[in-house]
Design a protein around this ligand. Structure first.
Ligand SMILES: C[S@@+](CC[C@H](N)C(=O)[O-])C[C@H]1O[C@@H](n2cnc3c(N)ncnc32)[C@H](O)[C@@H]1O
Length: 195
């Protein structure tokens, strides 16, 4: 069995705080018109105005990631059969990222989108998804949502708590998310994208 991962409470909090920082920076970018994100404001309690260099840095990161994601989502089978590939996205340390909700709006969401983060983070995100109709509507009426477990399980979207340093736990969570392990274990075999 894998050994439990030890870390100080303050280290863990500091790592999780990078998520609040990222969300606030994204909102700053959105407000300045660098990019569109109709959901990030729901995750930011104290909006801040970042300096132009930070806004541009975040925009560059967002644009690069979006380009990769779109390339992945646009990939067809060798024979060009569109729609047959059941694509999966696995977001490690997803934080309050809103990409899944944006992809839903764009009609481009993959077959399965799985987000993993510490329980403290997934619990807050779960609460927001459950209480905000804008978000809840995007995951489907039959979704099971547990604020206590910090978990959202719907047909095409899963949000699950984990400490990513625990490989056994990662294995269990991938199974719980219903990911096709053939693709998880053979990364160069489409269609799985890690972000
Ligand atoms: C800088 S934030 C990025 C959030 C999101 N991916 C984005 O682009 O906005 C990093 C995230 O990774 C998570 N994280 C870091 N180490 C982790 C670990 N060992 N297990 C689970 N989550 C972790 C943090 O809690 C945080 O939410």
């Amino acid at each position: 069995m894998a050994k439990p991962v030890s870390d100080s409470h303050s280290n863990r909090e500091a790592v999780q705080a990078t998520n609040d920082d990222a969300s606030a920076s994204k909102l700053s970018c959105v407000k300045k018109g660098y990019m569109k994100d109709d959901y990030v404001h729901l995750f930011v309690r104290r909006p801040v105005r970042r300096s132009p260099i930070i806004n541009r840095g975040y925009f560059a990161r967002w644009a690069a990631l979006r380009k990769l994601l779109n390339q992945f989502l646009d990939t067809e089978k060798n024979g060009g059969e569109k729609g047959n590939l059941k694509k999966q996205v696995l977001s490690l340390g997803a934080g309050f990222d809103t990409t899944y909700f944006q992809l839903q709006d764009e009609g481009r969401a993959p077959h399965l989108y799985v987000e993993l983060d510490f329980k403290e983070v997934t619990s807050k995100k779960t609460t927001l998804i459950e209480t905000c109709n804008h978000l809840r509507d995007k995951i489907g009426a039959t979704a099971s949502i547990s604020q206590e477990k910090g978990e959202v399980l719907s047909d095409h979207y899963k949000l699950l708590p984990i400490d990513l340093r625990n490989i056994q736990q990662l294995d269990d969570v991938i199974a719980l998310a219903g990911m096709d392990r053939r693709y998880v274990l053979t990364v160069n075999f489409l269609p799985l994208l890690f972000i």
